[in-house]
Write a new protein. Structure first.
Length: 256
């Protein structure tokens, strides 16, 4: 726009600048080369618009990411390692059992291995409590019915590796141990972050297939729901060894 108005607009702009002593040189440059001044102003406006767009896009992506985590968890509390990513001894999460009002602690194991040539994350879950702690859409056998060598496979991993319900496949642990699994169901993962990895089996099967069974998460349900008194009691229970931290469902989603 400044460029289209030409010398008249830039001349007025220069007069305004001249009112400030330090602006005399700038006013001279405006009159001398109005086209360059207009181009610089246009570039500045484009830059400001671009920065605003990136900021808005980043905020929207962050909100979508938080919503994805929150939508998959229904338990009152989530126990994870201090940095939120490392696995930890299953015994660490059990300290919540001693807290009055705790109804259950649902352990989710985590590790990695291979299926054929593909890297594959694997989780172990407690079939008796996992559906009370999470909200996962599954086609075929459900998480609560997992037993033996049954596995529930993430939809994108199943598609990429041509695994259908009823197919048998081999999972190899980091130490090379081979475990035959049957795809009993397929779960639909969110487009962003998935709480569960490519393969989900029962904790019993996980502990046999992996060399060092460790928890990725544990879910804690308390009578009366998450509240300040329950939070403080759980934090106190886990404070002694500093191995894990406990967060409310919303706190967990926002921290990921």
């Amino acid at each position: 726009m400044l460029y289209e108005l030409g010398p008249r607009a830039t001349s007025v702009y220069g007069v305004l600048i001249e009112r400030i002593r330090s602006g005399k040189l700038a006013a001279f440059n405006v009159r001398r080369n109005p086209g360059r001044t207009a181009s610089a102003a246009a570039a500045l406006m484009i830059g400001i618009t671009l920065v605003s767009f990136i900021s808005l896009f980043g905020r929207s992506l962050r909100n979508a990411d938080t919503d994805a985590w929150r939508s998959q968890v229904t338990a009152d509390y989530v126990v994870s390692s201090q940095n939120g990513w490392d696995a930890y001894s299953p015994g660490a999460a059990e300290k919540a059992i001693s807290v009055p009002g705790v109804q259950f602690v649902s352990h989710v194991r985590g590790d990695r291995g291979r299926v054929g040539d593909a890297n594959a994350g694997i989780n172990g879950v407690d079939p008796a409590t996992i559906e009370e702690a999470t909200n996962i859409e599954v086609t075929g056998a459900q998480l609560r019915t997992l037993h033996g060598n049954q596995a529930i496979v993430k939809n994108r991993f199943a598609e990429a590796n041509h695994i259908a319900v009823g197919d048998t496949f081999t999972f190899r642990s980091p130490d090379g141990r081979a475990t035959k699994l049957v795809a009993a169901g397929i779960f639909k993962a969110p487009r962003l972050d998935s709480l569960l990895s490519a393969i989900v089996v029962s904790n019993h099967t996980f502990d046999r297939a992996l060399p060092r069974p460790r928890d990725a998460y544990a879910f804690v349900e308390v009578s009366g729901g998450a509240r300040e008194s329950a939070t403080k009691a759980l934090e106190a229970a886990y404070a002694s060894d500093q191995v894990v931290k406990v967060e409310t469902r919303d706190g967990f989603a926002e921290s990921k």
